[in-house]
Each structure stands twice: as structure tokens, then as C-alpha cells.
Design a binder for this molecule. Sequence first.
Ligand code: UFG
Length: 347
Amino acid sequence: MADKILVTGGLGYIGSHCVVALCEAGFEPVIVDNHSNARASVLERLERLTGRSMTCYDLDIRNRAGLETLLQREPCSGLIHLAAFKAVGESVARPLVYYDNNVGGSVSLFDAFEAAGGGAIVFSSSATVYGEVNAEPLHEALPVQPNNPYGQTKAMMEQVLADMVRAPGARSQGLALRYFNPAGAHDSALIGEDPKDQPNNLFPIIVQVAVGQRESLTIFGEDYDTPDGTGVRDYIHVVDLAQAHVKALQALLGGGFEVPFTALNLGTGTPYSVREVVSAFEAELGRSLLQTLGPRRPGDVATLLADPRAAAEQLGWTAERGLEAMVTDAWRWAGAARQWGLWDEDD
Ligand code: UFG
């Protein structure tokens, strides 16, 4: 019988792609999502894409008793934990909401999972835990020093997991995956990034300009110490990212780690500037996009680039898709989402 894997936040952008990758690898995903940032229709689209019916619980991870009941009914050998709030600006304005949901929710979830027998835990972390460092590329041995409450919650969740799995008698092993900049969509165009609120990230903002929902793209600073002066990031295709989660799970379930807790970067190691991303979209669209120059965005760094070697060595995983695929797939998904009216009104 296929191993059941609990996926919190399984209806979200990264979660939905993980669910597909899990099915392809022969696992049986059990989704938990409180729908705080996901549409109900994702479930139908996941069923269409995978050709199988999905198990999904409408549950908040802070509901410890609900998780206990769920895990009794659905014994899971692995957990992929993605459910969290993720907006940096909002975390500065409402820190307690972030600590409660992200950190409090993780404590409740990890406790319930360990109490149910434990297993392989893959945790969705972020390059944001490195804060504003002057090292390129970033490797996992660098200090964790986030510079905003959202990043603090990710660092704390890593610590909670690390301490729990290192405790005497612990029954789980943990792996934190530090994502750089996820982008793109599944090439079926059935799932993709679909922010309920105003997006803050470059890819969905460019898409909004391309479809006419936003007049122009504001480039946040052109005076960085980078080749063209605009911010440089390590964009990683969401399907590559999802496959890394499956590899991580397989490595943990196979007992492949000598230590109970490991943190790994997920990036490509290839730098792209804001201007290069915009040019890639313009090439895909065959037209230019209106851009204006704005001031630097507070908290932004010039360059954020992963050293991806540890994930390659320890998981046998490297990203396969480049910027062109991210742009093509993001644009194909945007076309489908608009055709279904997803971006006209909430479903
Ligand atoms: N950018 C613009 N204009 C926009 C939006 C973004 O010029 O309208 C630029 C940014 O200044 C940056 C680049 O595009 O140079 C990428 O910005 P994103 O907002 O897409 O991504 P960030 O690297 O800022 O954010 C990511 C994650 C966050 C995480 C943060 C810090 O999305 O979750 O890295 O590690 F907190």
C-alpha cells in the first residue's frame, strides 16, 4: 500500500505542485488546508490533473485535537509542512498573527505528528532566514539572522523542528528546505500561483501588467551593485521545487541522513536580474511591458543566490528548468486562469 503523506497547505501554490509530484512518485497525499489563501477549485483541478480522487481536510493546523483525530484516521509516514502566512510587509504590521499561525501552528502540528508515531518531516523554509548577508552564493553554514517577523517565524519553525527531532527518544527526522524564489507553474496549466490578495512578488506582478490588471511594473531600484543595477535573484521552477520535496521525503524515509535534522537550499545557483526577467516575459509575449523606475523597496538586498550543491549531494536533486520555462509556464497558467474567470471574482 502506498505511504500516506500529510501535506499542510496542500491547496496552495507550492503545496498543490507537491501533491502532484507525490502522486507521480507513488505516494498518497492527505491534504490539510484551512483555505486561508487557496481557492476551493484547486481540489477539482488537482483531481483532473492526477486522475485520482483527493483526500482533503478543511482544518487549521492550530487545531491540535483535530489533527490527532485526522492522524488516527489517516496514519501518515511522512509530513510536508507548508501551511503558513508568507507576506513580509504584513508580518511587520501584524507580528503576533504570524507568530501564532506559523510558529504556534507548527508546534501543534509537529506535536500531533510525533504523538501519532512520527516519521519523515519536510519543512518549507525560506532563504529569508539568511537575512541581509554579504555572501554570494549563500550556503547552509551561514548564520540564520532574519530581518523581519516572517523570516523570524521561518527560523523559529526550523529550530522547533530541529530541537524536537534531536530530543532523546524522538521518532521523527526533519529536513528544512530553504527556497529561493519560486516561479512558474505546472505545464498542464491546471495549477499555478493564484494570490488571493494583491501579489508582492515579481512574477505575479509582471503577469498582472501583461494581462492589463496593472498599468505598469515599478522596478524597485536601479542602483544596486549588480550588472544592470536591478535586484538579482535565484528563481526556481515550482515543479523542480516540488520534486525536491519528494526526493527529501524519500531520503528521510530511506534513512539516508546521519543526523536527525538537516537544512538545505533549494535554488538553481543561476542569477537573473529584474530586467532580465522582464525581457524574458517580453520575448514570450512578443510585446513590451510598461515599466517605471521606483525607489528601492525597504528590506530588499542586491543579490540573493543559492549555493545549491548540498541538495545535489544529499538528495541527488538539481533543478532542471530554466527561466524560459518559468516564464512560458507562468504565462500559460495565466491564460487558463483568466479563461476560467478565476481572476474575475473569488470562487
Ligand atoms: N521587484 C520589483 N518590482 C516589483 C516586485 C519586485 O522590482 O513590483 C524586484 C525586487 O526588488 C527584487 C526582485 O524583483 O529585486 C524579486 O522580488 P520578489 O518580491 O519577487 O522576491 P523577493 O526576493 O523580494 O522575496 C523573496 C520571497 C519572500 C522572502 C524574500 C526574502 O518571496 O518570501 O525573498 O528572502 F521573504
